[in-house]
Structure formats: C-alpha cells, structure tokens
Design a protein around this ligand. Structure first.
Ligand code: ADP
Ligand code: MG
Length: 460
C-alpha cells in the first residue's frame, strides 16, 4: 500500500491563508471562506464549494488567482477544478455526500486501480499526522496514551477505541498516527472517513457487491473510521457498519473511530451500535491550555521550516484558544503575510495578520484598575485581595474572573495581567482565563455574575 503524502485539505488551508491577504475581506467571506480542499491526485486539485453559485463565481472571477496560489503552496503547476461539496449538516465537507452525483467516478483512477472496486484505494494518511508530531498536554494525554497503546498492540488492548472532541482538536491526527504505526508493523490498515465508508457501501448495495465489500473490510487488520457522527440518520449504512464491526471485532481486529460528540449523543445510532462502541474505551480531548498551545505552535513553526521568534508564538498562543486548527491557521497567516510582504516575522506583523486582533484594538478598552475594583466589589472584597496571595475558593474565583475580564475586556496580554495582579506569571493567568472560559459554557450562575460585572463596567 502506498501512502499519499499530500492532504488536499492542508494544501487548501495554506492557500486560503494566502488568499485572505490578497482579496478583500468581503470577497473572502463571501466566496472563499466556506470552500474546502477535496482532492489532489498529483496533477489535478479539486476545490469544494458550498453551492453552484459560489462555484461559478470562483470559476469565473478567481480562477487564475486560485491556481496561482495553489501552485505557490505546492511549488508545482496544477490543474484546478471545482465541485459542489456540502455535508449533511450544512457545513462544507471534505467529501461529497451520498446524494451528490458521485464525482469520485470522474476522478482519473491510478492505472493499477482501474479494475478494482472504489473502496480499494491507496491508503490516504497525512504524513504530518504522526505521534511524534503530536504535542501531549493535560487536555489530550489520555487519548494520546490510548492511541499509543492501541498502535502498540492492535486488537488486544482497547477494542474499539473511540476518540471524541470538538473540531480541530487532534482526532484525525491521532487516528492517522495509529495508522502510520500499524502500517510500519506490516498490518493491513483501512482508513476511511465515514462519508467514504457510506458512499462505498451505498454503491456496493446498488451494484449488488455487498459481499465483496464486506470481505474487503473483514480482511483488514485494522479499521480506522473518522467522523462517525456522519452515520447519524443513515440507517442502511449503520447496518453495514454494524456487520463490519462485528466481523472485525470477533476476529480481534482493531477498530478505532472518532466522533465530534460523545457516544451517548450519537442518539440516532441504533442502540446496539451504541453499546458496541462503548464496549472498549472511550476517551475525549479538550482544548489545550496555554503551554500546550505554545508547544504546538513551536512544533508547527519548525515543521513549516520558519524561525519564528518566541514573542510571536507567545502572542499567538495567548490569543487563539479553543481550537488547534485555528491556532495553526493564525500562525500560517502570519507566515504568509511575512512572505507576501517580504518582511521579518515579528510582533507587529501579528497584529496586521490577525484581523480580529486589529478589531479588538479598536474597541474602547476598559482601564485595568476599574476591572479590579469592579470585580472585587462584586465579590465583596477589596482589590488588594485580588493582587494578594490568598487562595481560598472565593478569592481564587474572583481572581480568575478578574484575569478573564482583563484579557477579554481590558485587552491586556497575559504578562501584563500578571503584573496588574501583583506579579503572577503568565501561565497561571492563562489557566485562570481558560478556566473561566470553560466554566462560562456550563455554569449559568457564573454567566450571570460575569454579565452583571460587565454591565457595571459598561456604565462606569
Ligand atoms: P479534528 O480531527 O479533531 O477536527 P485534526 O486532527 O484535524 O482535528 O487537527 C487539526 C489540526 O491541529 C491538525 O493540523 C493537527 O495536526 C493539529 N493538532 C491538533 N492537536 C494537536 C496536537 N496536540 N499537537 C500537534 N498538532 C495538533
Ligand atoms: Mg477530523
């Protein structure tokens, strides 16, 4: 089996970073934002557009700009084409949905593949998604350890392994990491997105080749299925998945799936599938904390072959915080801007590259001492309690809220917040802010309190 090195999604993400600098914001938002890299076979690069309208606009208005940019990213000439590509939940998907006319058929097949059914394809693992390029932190250490364990002893530790998290937090990366290891051990691995699995299965049914389909999957040593939430609402495919799963599981072949939500929230799956999925190990991943974000940026900068100053990385790590893909995107934009303007990568460039930072600077900023006084008063204490060392629960909460508002509303950097709070270090401050950001999502009483404080701030 061969491994495809270049993932069209990565190429297109990098190209989007550059395009964002070359077109107006309105054009970017309207035409480019919801596109996706769908396919790249070495000669032709296929871009997915959310609808025919956008597709036409891209073809007619941006064709040469897009071609040029992709060529720049790839460093070689390509033919660019477009297709409509939307997932069932309305978001743009990397693969075409079942109902779309199957454009996979139109894709030029590699010579050795000509007589094979569609599901026999070269395994597509991103060469960059290996374990040694995965940064481990508290937010993902369990998932990482489970993935390593499964890769070391497929079929005999946790089977199945289910990894879930919000988008852009490393599920696909770990899944590919397992695949790379297994291939290195000489195992036969099938990696498929759930949409590919669905398309293949539906096609097999249509053509009366479900037996061959099953044999193909049953013969694998390992099945890696990405984004299993796409099975929701596809009953026929669920059936196919159930049988495939059982056959593999009974033969002690390793199954790993990812999901963007917990198994219990895949409510639409049949109960029996749900109970199969929870029969092994289920692990989740959370957004990384600041030091992990910084470590990730370091790895990505190094990978991109750029010498990015720590001050720049720190600034980026402080700002973007709930999704590693965004974090990476912010770095890519900075690098692309440096490239486009032929200037060194420094802190000034960051402000220019990241729109929302520029926007944030324009907002009227709340003076830090007003934030401290207001928060302290809300919690019935003096501002000196916030800058002091007391660590009881109430003081700690008040201090974290102060950190959060100093970052969000006073627009201070973490190091500056640390100073305002009597010399706390920026990691502590980062944790405090993150804690409140997470709590706000789940704790309505805290939401009300923060809203009250903000109201006071706004009228002060
Ligand atoms: P998901 O599948 O959860 O949506 P991905 O695995 O596609 O997320 O990750 C999005 C991007 O973030 C990828 O480029 C991946 O390499 C990167 N990434 C996520 N987590 C980490 C990590 N812990 N270390 C290094 N890179 C990471
Ligand atoms: Mg993924």
């Amino acid at each position: 089996m061969t491994t495809t090195i270049i993932d069209p999604r990565d190429v297109w993400d990098a190209a989007l970073g550059e395009l964002q600098l070359r077109v107006t914001r309105a054009n970017y938002e309207t035409w480019l934002k919801h596109t996706v890299g769908v396919d790249f076979d070495g000669g032709e690069f296929v871009i997915g557009a959310p609808n025919a309208f956008v597709l036409e606009a891209l073809e007619q208005r941006m064709f040469s700009l897009i071609s040029e940019t992709i060529e720049h990213v790839l460093g070689e000439p390509v033919n660019v084409s477009f297709r409509v590509s939307v997932s069932s939940n309305g978001a743009v998907a990397a693969r075409e949905p079942v109902s779309a006319p199957s454009s996979r058929d139109a894709r030029p097949a590699a010579p050795e593949q000509l007589d094979l059914p569609p599901y026999v394809r070269p395994i597509r693992l991103n060469a960059k998604y290996t374990f040694d390029r995965f940064v481990v932190g508290r937010s993902n250490e369990l998932a990482h350890a489970a993935a390593e364990a499964v890769a070391a002893k497929p079929g005999s530790t946790y089977n199945p392994l289910v990894m879930y998290s919000g988008v852009g937090l490393g599920k696909t990366h770990l899944l590919h990491g397992i695949g790379h290891r297994a291939i290195a051990m000489g195992l036969s691995v099938i990696y498929a997105t759930t949409e590919e699995f669905t398309n293949d299965y539906i096609k097999a049914i249509r053509e009366g080749t479900t037996e061959e389909f099953r044999d193909h999957y049953r013969n694998a040593d390992m099945l890696l299925l990405d984004d299993i939430q796409f099975l929701i609402g596809k009953e026929q495919t669920q059936e196919g998945f159930f049988h495939t799963f059982n056959a593999l599981h009974m033969a002690n072949r390793q199954i790993v799936v990812t999901s963007d939500r917990p198994v219990s929230a895949l409510r639409l799956l049949e109960d029996r599938i749900q109970s199969r999925l929870t029969g092994g190990l289920v692990v989740d991943m959370q957004p990384p904390a600041i030091e992990t974000r910084l470590a990730i940026l370091k790895v990505k900068a190094e990978q991109a072959g750029h010498d990015v100053p720590d001050t720049v990385l720190e600034l980026l790590a402080e700002r973007v915080y709930d999704n590693v893909r965004e974090l990476e995107g912010s770095l890519n934009r900075v690098i692309a801007l440096a490239h486009a303007t032929d200037s060194p990568i420094n802190v000034d460039l960051v402000a220019r590259a990241i729109d929302d930072m520029v926007d944030a600077l324009a907002i009227r900023e709340v003076p830090p001492d007003v934030v401290l006084d207001t928060v302290a008063a809300h919690f019935g204490m003096g501002a000196d309690a916030l800058t002091g060392r007391k660590r009881d629960k109430k003081t700690a909460l008040a201090r974290h809220v102060a950190m959060y508002l100093l970052r969000e509303d006073a627009k201070l950097r973490l190091t500056a917040i640390g100073r305002v709070l009597g010399g706390k270090d920026h990691t502590t401050v980062g944790h405090g802010c993150d804690r409140i950001a997470v709590q706000l999502g789940v704790d309505s009483s805290l939401r009300r309190q923060v809203a009250n404080i903000r109201e006071t701030l706004a009228t002060s």
